[in-house]
Design a binder for this molecule. Structure first.
Ligand code: PSU
Ligand code: MN
Length: 325
């Protein structure tokens, strides 16, 4: 079974182009061919999650941090209708300049339209999982995944990220989910989808993005990158074909007070309702409201946790390639 995984990677990694619709950067191709550790990174966080130019600064500093650890970052986006696995600095600056170069927030349901019309797309967690999995990248870092929205029992707003995690054998490292969402329902839904969930660290206390505590427990915790790698490896060997979530609390020095952020979230949700914001627009709306309401502190905390998650993902990627050798 171990072989299946290796062949699976070889099958794609030696191809320059999987199809005319997908281009892997030379750096990422080389890393996949040599089985060097690679971490996938999303781009909706650049196009719809943070304002310009902080978005570009954040994306570049996350890439630099991963590289410093000897791991190859593969930021994924759709540029002019082509899925690009591994972006140059120019590409990141291009999609980050959202006024000049607009992009569509792209999850699974948006791909065909964005590609067919040769548009730019910031790939969400679901879109990035789909793309990274085509080329066999086993691990992906982001800030927070989408989840079950509050009042989902009325709106049925459940992020496509959760279904994609259920059907993609990749590990996602995030600071749990934002408390703009319904965290207990999100954990239930992940279980329904067969997604393995663990906190990364000494306790099972599930984090709430800006805040370290959500009041919920994860079913498991892993205490090291090596342990996470063993779980990922087993998932692959068993051909479970489902995903894994490793939840990393925001570093304490950058965390925010849960009650303060909760008050801002309630205001943001009320305003969204009043303005009739719904569907794919709601997450970007809430994020930008929170950044303003907290005088940019939520943005700083967001950047810090993304960097930290990328660092953890890089450590796990290293442990994973050690196992493969
Ligand atoms: N959470 C964040 N920042 C983000 C997102 C989520 O803290 O930028 C983005 C991710 O790309 C995620 C997407 O996949 O929002 C989920 O959107 P929705 O809730 O519309 O599914
Ligand atoms: Mn939604």
């Amino acid at each position: 079974m171990f072989r299946v995984f290796r062949d699976y990677r070889r099958q794609y990694s030696t191809l320059k182009k999987i199809s005319d619709r997908v281009i892997i950067s030379e750096e990422v191709q080389h890393a996949l061919a040599k089985r060097l550790p690679v971490v996938a990174l999303e781009s909706t966080i650049i196009t719809h999650g943070m304002p310009f130019p902080k978005n570009v600064e954040c994306a570049l500093s996350v890439e630099a941090q991963v590289r410093e650890m000897g791991v190859i970052p593969a930021t994924i986006a759709i540029l002019k209708g082509i899925i690009r696995i591994g972006l140059s600095h120019e590409d990141i600056s291009f999609i980050g300049d959202v006024v000049k170069n607009p992009s569509i927030k792209t999850s699974r349901r948006d791909f065909a339209y964005v590609i067919g019309n040769k548009l730019n797309g910031g790939t969400t967690v679901s879109g990035t999982l789909f793309s990274a999995n085509i080329v066999g990248i086993p691990i992906f870092a982001t800030g927070g995944i989408g989840g079950v929205h509050r009042s989902a029992e009325i709106t049925m707003d459940v992020s496509a990220d959760l279904m994609e995690m259920g059907r993609t054998p990749m590990a996602v490292v995030s600071s749990g989910v934002k408390s703009i969402l319904d965290i207990p329902k999100t954990l239930e839904y992940l279980e329904t989808q067969g997604v393995f969930v663990a906190t990364y660290g000494p306790t099972k206390r599930f984090p709430a993005f800006y805040a370290t505590e959500s009041g919920c427990e994860a079913p498991y915790s892993v205490s090291s990158a090596a342990e996470a790698a063993l779980v990922i490896e087993s998932n692959r060997e068993m051909n479970l074909n489902s995903g894994m979530l490793f939840a990393v609390p925001v570093p304490a020095e950058c965390s925010m007070d849960g009650t303060e952020i909760e008050a801002a979230i309630e205001d943001a949700l009320a305003l969204a309702k009043q303005k009739d914001v719904s569907g794919k627009d709601i997450t970007p709306f809430l994020l930008s409201y929170l950044a303003k309401a907290t005088n940019g502190r939520s943005l700083e905390s967001n950047i810090a946790l993304v960097r930290n998650n990328a660092k953890v993902a890089a450590e796990i990627a290293i442990a994973l390639s050690d196992l493969e050798r």
